[in-house]
Design a protein around this ligand. Structure first.
Ligand SMILES: *Cc1c(COP(=O)(O)O)cnc(C)c1O
Length: 379
């Protein structure tokens, strides 16, 4: 058992480059020799390719997903005092984007699948609510029928934080394409990662697209006339060129992620002290891409150090707090389900550099941990 020298990092950052080093250098050289740094053809090609892939009319590369959300909220017309409901089990970026668009972030509970709980979202609706912004967390898309029903009933816009969900689907429709706009992140550890920060927005709305084109580029239109107060938040052409290449093998990467999730399911499914994410083929309305493998574990902290001692990297998402739990942000909502859940959440490694042996080793160590617990109790 602990005689193994195997180590499994949570995420292998150098692999993004070294797995295809020669190709990456070639792309760098090509783009730089062309002097094609800002808003060039690599970006246009990437935007077009992504749009075809997810079935979105418009795609705009943005500097990162946080900006993408912020600009999308502005582009759809969120104004000072407008309330936007989001699920508290998300990155603080979701709420910060609402804040910086001038809106009021209103957190709600997540459900047993760790995604926005529709009942809690609906209970948070007031006369000032303008939009509902589910996070398509861990690479799974929420039940968008339920969220659409709330939006329809109360006249709300839907925006999606689909930063973790490129290619994830609910009833064959891709995350990020359900509402007025959705965002994707190309942060290195995301399922499609670039060499730094990157993101994009999807929208099917021509006016939102037009606003976003202005907002990301100093408010300037094609003639250079400044039409509104904009920002500089463009996706670098060099990053787009790298993403363009990595995207060619994206479907294989997702298939491999789903395979790893199946292996975890097979090996850990019988352990009663764990609650695993839904298995890849457990519900045919959902196509999950497994950005993360986030489970609920009894004795979570002890399990985590047991794994650390055996060379296995794990992560507790968001540093262990839901957004409403960061006291200095001043959110006062009480979300007891999420509070309880956050004592039990843990993410196991899930990325395309893992081998079947790595996954087996992780599962062996987890089994061993709970076996020794049972023995202790019996004694
Ligand atoms: C990564 C992430 C973001 C932020 O993405 P950046 O590109 O780093 O700005 C926002 N929301 C969620 C759910 C994320 O996972």
């Amino acid at each position: 058992m602990s005689s193994s020298n195997r180590t499994v990092p949570f995420f292998n950052y150098p692999s993004l480059f070294v797995e295809e080093e020669a190709k990456m250098v070639e792309i760098f050289t090509d783009v730089c020799r062309r002097g094609a740094f800002i808003q060039q053809r690599d970006l246009e090609e990437f935007e077009q390719r992504l749009g075809e892939y997810v079935g979105a009319k418009h795609v705009l590369g943005i500097a990162n997903a946080t900006d993408a959300l912020h600009l999308a909220l502005r582009a759809v017309g969120i104004e000072a005092g407008d309330e936007v409901i989001f699920c508290s089990h998300t990155m603080v970026a979701t709420a910060a984007s609402i804040h910086y668009a001038g809106g009021v972030p209103v957190p709600c509970e997540c459900g047993p699948d760790h995604l926005m709980d529709p009942a809690s979202a609906e209970a948070a609706v007031t006369s000032r609510t303008k939009a509902i912004m589910p996070t398509q967390l861990n690479g799974r898309t929420a039940d968008m029928d339920a969220i659409q029903a709330i939006a329809d009933k109360h006249g709300l816009m839907i925006l999606e934080d689909s930063a973790q969900a490129l290619g994830s689907k609910f009833k064959a429709q891709c995350a990020g394409t359900f509402g007025k706009a959705g965002c994707i992140s190309f942060y290195p550890a995301k399922t499609l990662g670039c060499f730094g920060d990157g993101g994009c927005v999807f929208t099917n709305d021509d006016e939102v697209y037009h606003n976003l084109c202005l907002l990301r580029d100093h408010g300037r239109d094609a003639e250079g006339e400044v039409r509104l107060w904009g920002l500089n938040s463009r996706l670098d052409n060099l990053q787009a060129a790298i993403l363009n290449h990595k995207f060619k093998s994206y479907d294989q990467a997702i298939a491999r992620r789903r395979e790893i999730a199946s292996q975890y399911q097979e090996r850990l499914g019988a352990i009663s002290t764990l609650v695993l994410p839904p298995a890849p083929d457990s519900d045919d309305r959902h196509f999950d891409i497994f950005q993360n493998y986030e489970l609920e574990a009894e004795h979570r902290d002890q399990l985590r150090s047991h794994l650390t001692d055996r060379g296995i990297g794990t992560l507790i998402q968001w540093g262990g707090k839901a957004v409403h739990q960061f006291k200095d942000l001043g959110l006062t909502q009480s979300l007891p389900y999420t509070d309880q859940l956050f004592k039990r959440l843990l993410m196991l490694p899930l990325n395309t550099t893992l081998t079947a042996e790595d996954v087996d080793y992780i599962c062996d160590c987890i089994e061993q941990f709970y076996d020794s617990k049972t023995t202790q109790h019996a004694a």
